[in-house]
Design a protein around this ligand. Structure first.
Ligand code: NAD
Length: 305
């Protein structure tokens, strides 16, 4: 491996410490405790794990955590009524509705019913528009985490060629906007892109957000480029043996083939331990930012885009 490892675990711990420091100051100087409300509808096991982890880290940062667990068959009217109450609650500065929602609920309607100032996921249409026009917004957590790591590693990103693979609303598109905001020359590649290897080979920065295990091999990477691997994919790992139920054990891999990319890249994020831990750290950062904005206070430096 020649690439420098961008350690998301260590970096996210630094961000969380910064958040906690700011929370301590808000409590001491303004008698304010930033609060994050997380709404979970149904019992999707992965969502339950995320929600637990978010609640735990919120409390560890000194903030207030409000968890709302609703039955899978909750009506849209009941969910919207809860969001209305959270919008009006002065102790709640951030609201996150865990996605995906059960099929009978209209995700767009639900997300757009959150007060944009409390939309710490940055998915509300107003925040999407503000980000797209370069105005102050709430920025989606995963791309914000990627941007923080890139700024930390490169300093200025100005003029660099960046290729984002994937055009989802939660990662690819906001990532491209953020890179554009930092004056990169940005290409968004996707499933219909012609000659993806050639497109990726031009990039000084590659952000892969596809959801296809180890899709990007090292020979697509320009020597010295920075590779940010957003993908989280579970694959069979027969080398680890079998579980108690006889099924093959699994392991997590990214969208990039780590060993071959690391042999060519200048820097790379691992999976796990790269982008993943940054996402919750940025959620906490967004909650503190939302709290400061709600009270007209100075925002913590380095925690927003
Ligand atoms: P998505 O399915 O919404 O979007 C995937 C994108 O990849 C699409 O825009 C599609 O056009 C593109 N794509 C599909 N096949 C392609 C191909 N062969 N070549 C080029 N592009 C192709 O996924 P998403 O929600 O953006 O997530 C992407 C990955 O990032 C997933 O693995 C997900 O688990 C992971 N993720 C990680 C975090 C984190 O915290 N680290 C957060 C969100 C998503």
């Amino acid at each position: 491996m020649t690439a420098q490892l961008i350690d998301g675990k260590a970096f996210s711990a630094r961000i969380r410490a910064q958040v906690a420091e700011h929370v301590t100051r808000l409590k001491a100087d303004h008698d304010l405790t930033p609060g994050l409300a997380v709404v979970l509808v149904g019992e999707d096991p992965a969502s339950q794990v995320y929600v637990r982890s978010k609640g735990k880290q919120t409390v560890e940062a000194g903030m207030a955590s409000f968890e709302h667990k609703l039955e899978a068959d909750t009506s849209e009217a009941d969910l919207l009524a809860l969001i209305d109450r959270l919008n009006a609650d002065p102790e709640v500065h951030g609201i996150l509705v865990q996605l995906p929602l059960p099929k009978h609920l209209n995700e767009d309607l639900v997300i757009n019913s959150i007060d944009p100032a409390k939309d710490v996921d940055g998915f509300h249409i107003s925040n999407v528009g503000l980000l797209g026009t370069g105005q102050k917004s709430m920025v989606p957590c995963t791309p914000l985490g990627c941007l923080m790591m890139l700024r930390d590693f490169h300093g200025s990103l100005s003029g660099l060629d960046a290729v984002v693979i994937g055009r989802s609303n939660i990662v690819g598109k906001p990532m491209a906007q953020l890179l554009l905001g930092d004056s990169c020359t940005v290409t968004i590649a996707h499933s219909r892109t012609r000659d993806l290897p050639e497109v990726v080979r031009r990039a000084d920065i590659v952000v892969a957000a596809v959801g296809r295990p180890e899709m990007v091999p090292g020979d697509w990477i320009k020597p010295g480029a920075t590779v940010i691997d957003v993908g989280i994919n579970r694959i069979d790992a027969p080398e680890k043996g079998v579980k108690e139920d006889g099924s093959v054990k699994t392991r997590l891999v990214g969208d990039c083939h780590f060993d071959s990319c690391a042999a060519v890249a200048g820097a790379i994020t691992p999976v796990p331990g790269g982008v993943g831990p940054m996402t919750i750290a940025c959620l906490l950062a967004n909650t503190v930012t939302a709290c400061c904005r709600a009270h007209g206070l100075a925002e913590p430096e380095g925690l927003t885009a």
